[in-house]
Design a protein around this ligand. Structure first.
Ligand SMILES: Cc1ncc(COP(=O)(O)O)c(C=O)c1O
Length: 392
């Protein structure tokens, strides 16, 4: 069952989230409660622990591949969770989601080509595009009725231009928390099809979707030039350190091509830890996951309600999914450095600066909310009291 009590806060742990060097690098202090990296503070699902224990108890780490069982577990999960039919035979296993993106960028674009991203977006996208010699083309999202929307006019204009060979979609979207609706994705696919552009869809947050919203995978549109990186038990099961990435496409030709490239790099198998953990998560982790999702949604609701009642100067984009919340602090009308001082040094909140996501406005911050609610509540109470002091 899901529990929000971290079992182990040993200072020997070198979790990047709490690492003092990392915190000093980002915040110039380590005296913050970290809400930056998209990792969770909760103990993982017990069935995963039991399987990993079983693995360790064998005391043998011989070569052992069981990709077909992994793909079947992911496929069955997606059928139950999202009513999506995935053929277990057209998955390709890679070491992680970012590796997968880096590889697919190289597979279907050339040096100098444009790869389109919808900003603000997960900062590693731009890094992967630029470090492979491609150009990151930004399709900045619009804000309409208090929510982020895709700007299709700008999108089409950028595809028309001819530079863009690939669209790197984030669904659900990190950091703004949109779970793209079917009609929005249909419009995106129609335009991509018109200009013969490949869509790579990062769906790492697919399972973290709140009431009233439904995840739609890119694979549901039958667009032959689309690939999903659908499965990774990283964000949904808290396995960031040992999870893999799973590429999926229905297009047999693309599948063969990806598989050949992944094979040629000898990246096509996980290891015993990822195999045991992934199968346990998707086959036996449902009850834990349901508890985790309900807990996360409750945290979202608490934060949104608290802000509305106590800090109306802060604009919160209520997420439809993901472990993230995106805030706009412009309403406080503070200079950039004063705002940073308030958040980091006074409220001691280690939020992720909005500038990481290609958002030029220094008033934006992202919060990873996969932490115990009591801790989050204490952080917001401190934030409120520090803001009250500023204005008293
Ligand atoms: C949208 C998105 N993609 C990919 C990753 C990282 O995936 P991996 O660790 O499997 O490379 C993250 C982690 O925060 C993410 O938010």
């Amino acid at each position: 069952m899901f529990s929000d009590k971290p079992k182990n806060s040993d200072a020997q742990n070198k979790f990047i989230k709490y690492d003092s060097e990392m915190l000093n690098h980002i915040y110039k202090t380590e005296d913050v409660t970290p809400y930056w990296v998209a990792d969770m503070d909760f103990p993982i699902a017990n069935p995963i622990t039991l399987e990993l224990q079983r693995l360790v108890d064998r005391e043998v780490y011989a070569y052992e591949f069981n990709s077909s069982a992994v793909f079947k577990a992911i496929s069955d999960w997606n059928k139950r969770q999202h009513h999506i039919e995935l053929n277990p035979k057209t998955f390709v296993q890679v070491p992680g989601v970012l590796n997968a993106i880096a590889l697919l960028i190289r597979e279907w674009s050339e040096v100098g080509d444009g790869v389109l991203i919808q900003t603000p977006v997960y900062h590693q996208f731009k890094r992967l595009i630029e470090s492979s010699g491609r150009k990151a083309i930004s399709n900045t999202m619009k804000i309409e009725d208090g929510q982020y929307r895709m700007d299709f006019d700008d999108f089409e204009g950028k595809l028309q231009n001819g530079d863009v060979k690939m669209v790197l979609l984030c669904n659900p979207h990190n950091p703004v928390g949109r779970v793209w609706e079917k009609s929005e994705l249909q419009q995106l696919v129609d335009i991509a099809k018109k200009y013969d552009v490949v869509i790579i869809s990062d769906e790492i947050h697919a399972d973290i979707v709140f009431s009233g919203h439904k995840f739609t995978s890119i694979v549901e549109f039958g667009y032959e030039k689309s690939v999903s990186i659908i499965g990774s038990p990283a964000k949904n099961f808290g396995l960031n350190s040992i999870s893999n990435g799973y590429i999926y496409t229905d297009n047999q030709e693309m599948f063969e091509q990806i598989k050949a490239t992944v094979n040629s790099l000898s990246l096509d198998h996980g290891n015993a830890f990822t195999t045991f953990a992934t199968i346990a998560a998707y086959e036996k982790g449902q009850a834990w996951f349901d508890g985790f999702l309900a807990y996360t949604e409750n945290t979202v609701n608490w934060i949104v309600d608290f802000i509305k009642k106590n800090l109306p100067q802060i604009l919160v984009y209520k997420p439809e999914g993901t472990n993230q919340i995106w805030f706009d602090f412009s309403g406080l009308s503070l200079e950039e450095e004063v705002l940073k001082m308030l958040i980091v040094n006074k409220a001691k909140m280690g939020l992720t600066p909005g500038s990481w996501f290609g958002e030029p406005n220094a008033n934006f911050y992202r919060m990873n909310i996969a932490s115990p609610l009591g801790q989050i509540q204490a952080s917001f109470l401190l934030l409120k009291s520090e803001i009250d002091k500023l204005y008293s």
